[in-house]
Design a protein around this ligand. Structure first.
Ligand SMILES: Nc1nc2c([nH]c(=O)n2[C@H]2C[C@H](O)[C@@H](COP(=O)(O)OP(=O)(O)OP(=O)(O)O)O2)c(=O)[nH]1
Length: 138
């Protein structure tokens, strides 16, 4: 029997003026070198949108407000089974303006049209399609 626990992951798809906050996964972690949206494992009992905002604040220093779940995706990686909850988030209105343009702990604001050229993990593919349809073709 080969039963693996599925990790619930909250991911913050942070949008501001058709730009998205994107980082690169650290060399010491799984999927090293891939691009990523801020996110991580949900704590026991933690809702994915709450997790997404918490992870975003921890990883980038930016306070965000979850707006809607864009998509959830189940994926089996070699390292783990994951259930990814992609939450569209927006910066809190009170955040200082410079945080909306500058790099944030290695996370950068990337225009929507540049997302397809980046090296995201396989499970992100349907999300990137969705974002291109919503923010580039619209
Ligand atoms: N943050 C993030 N993770 C992603 C994305 N796409 C994707 O497949 N993942 C996967 C990679 C990992 O298997 C999982 C995130 O877990 P993680 O290991 O980075 O989370 P964590 O920081 O809470 O975990 P840990 O290193 O503290 O153990 O989701 C994405 O766009 N952003």
């Amino acid at each position: 029997m080969n039963e693996r626990k599925t990790n619930r992951i909250g991911i913050a798809v942070v949008e501001h003026q058709r730009q998205f906050l994107i980082g690169v996964r650290d060399h010491s972690t799984t999927l090293a070198g891939h691009h990523e949206f801020p996110g991580g494992k949900c704590e026991p009992g933690e809702a994915p949108d709450v997790c997404a905002a918490r992870e975003c604040l921890e990883e980038t220093g930016l306070s965000v407000r979850p707006a809607e779940e864009l998509l959830y995706v189940e994926h089996a990686y070699d390292h783990a089974d994951v259930l990814l909850h992609f939450w569209l988030c927006h910066p809190e209105p009170a955040v200082p303006a410079h945080l909306l343009t500058e790099d944030l702990k290695g996370f950068r604001w990337i225009p929507a049209e540049e997302l397809p050229a980046l090296n995201f993990p396989a499970a992100n593919a349907p999300l990137i399609d969705l974002l291109i349809n919503a923010y580039v073709r619209s």
